[in-house]
Design a binder for this molecule. Structure first.
Ligand SMILES: Cc1ncc(COP(=O)(O)O)c(C=O)c1O
Length: 400
């Protein structure tokens, strides 16, 4: 009889997919942000001072008083109807999407959406196009399905379309995952032209665009660019949203707008994976946003990230004029080129002067050393930002 730690058919303890999964850099990045002496641009956690704790406590009390028994019951698989209605209405108004509550599936953060997408669409070895640099959460989620990642280079205004077309000709992918607004890690927002070009390039290829819009409502500028979901009328787009960066990441509420023909599959995998998303959390977040606290929280988050980003850009212009960057139009990330210095070396040198940055290498898979680093402004005051850029400027200037 094989023992509990021995697989009956071989000597490996774990499923073979575990060997093909990159180690968790997210955990390493989070570890780095925990050291109090480090001024850290490293993590992507939202700023906890922006969490509307009192208002959420009121919403939770109201839910328990008015609907405690319903909130403590299992949720339907698709999620709490009033919350789905709210999300559908918001997308009708904000992006002109004709979407109804039945097309929305509430999940445990958008990270679970990525996992469900992997379950529904990916067989081992299936090609997945992903921006380079790309979002670590997506690389990690899809690597569990043994995807063959194909990087699409990201330019200042979105993916390189010539490269995308050549890749589609060579091997159409199951999925193309991208973050068109204030991308993580680059801060890039795709231009409208690029969005239309992507929709045109994907037409008739069978490749689905996974549009992760975690930062769409954290835009600083006035002008808005249409979502790919609203450009592509033939539903080759799976649109993901999340309340993590907008409100409370700890509530773990994300969602996917499912085209009708995928509804059965998504519901079936969610049912088999977690049954449903926390009913209590959905009730509480719905009570919070119904009270119009969403707009207040969003204004606060947008304004405070915009002023941090302005401080960062100003310090970089003044102290590191040689290092190129695109000014982010939203979100929390800025991608800083470090010409002549590998991203790894730049991160090492920053660490020695007590500043955390993430080397570009971590955002590509298969990995390659990129001469760039990711900076996140979310948790730093403008004073700390200036101090940290002062420190890294001396450290990096000494390297060249
Ligand atoms: C690109 C991207 N997608 C999604 C999310 C949110 O993920 P979740 O909803 O699982 O917290 C983030 C988070 O910070 C992100 O950077």
């Amino acid at each position: 009889m094989p023992g509990p730690t021995t697989k009956p058919h071989g000597k490996n303890l774990f499923a073979s997919r575990m060997a093909k999964t990159p180690k968790s850099f997210i955990r390493e990045i989070l570890k780095m942000t925990e050291k109090p002496e480090v001024i850290s641009f490293a993590g992507g956690l939202p700023n906890p001072s922006l969490f509307a704790v009192e208002e959420l406590a009121t919403a939770a009390r109201d839910v328990m008083a008015d609907a405690g028994r319903a909130a403590l019951q299992y949720s339907t698989t698709e999620g709490y109807l009033p919350l789905r209605e709210f999300i559908a209405e918001r997308y009708r108004q904000r992006l002109g999407l004709s979407v109804g509550p039945d097309e929305i599936l509430i999940t445990n953060g958008s990270q679970q959406c990525l996992d469900l997408i992997g379950k529904v669409f990916l067989d081992p070895g299936d090609p997945v196009f992903i921006e380079r640099p790309g979002y670590l959460g997506a690389i990690q989620a899809f690597s569990l399905y043994e995807s063959a990642f194909r990087p699409v280079p990201l330019l200042d205004d979105g993916p390189d379309i010539d490269c995308l077309k050549a890749m589609l000709e060579e091997t159409p992918a199951r999925l193309f995952y991208g973050v068109p607004n204030a991308q993580n890690p680059s801060g890039i927002t795709y231009s409208e032209e690029k969005r239309r070009a992507i929709a045109a390039a994907l037409a008739d290829t069978g490749t689905i665009f996974v549009e992760d819009d975690a930062y769409g409502e954290l835009r600083f500028g006035e002008s808005s660019v249409p979502a790919l979901k609203s450009i592509d009328r033939e539903s080759r787009v799976l649109y993901l949203g999340s309340f993590s960066q907008l409100l409370f990441p700890g509530m773990r509420i994300g969602y996917v707008l499912m085209p009708e023909e995928t509804r059965k599959e998504f519901l079936s995998v969610l049912e088999r994976t977690s049954g449903s998303t926390s009913s209590l959390v959905q009730h509480v977040i719905n009570a919070f946003i119904e009270d119009r606290s969403l707009e207040v929280s969003l204004d606060l988050a947008r304004n405070s990230m915009a002023s941090r980003m302005r401080a960062l850009c100003k310090s970089l212009d003044a102290l590191l004029p040689r290092m190129p960057f695109e000014i982010p139009q939203g979100g929390i990330y800025l991608w800083l080129g470090t010409p002549g210095i590998s991203g790894d070396l730049a991160a090492e040198a920053a660490k020695r002067v007590g500043v955390g940055v993430v080397p570009g290498r971590l955002f590509s898979y298969p990995e390659e050393d990129i001469q760039a680093v990711r900076l996140s402004v979310s948790r730093l005051s403008t004073v700390m930002i200036r101090e940290a850029i002062g420190r890294v400027a001396s450290a990096w200037n000494a390297l060249t």
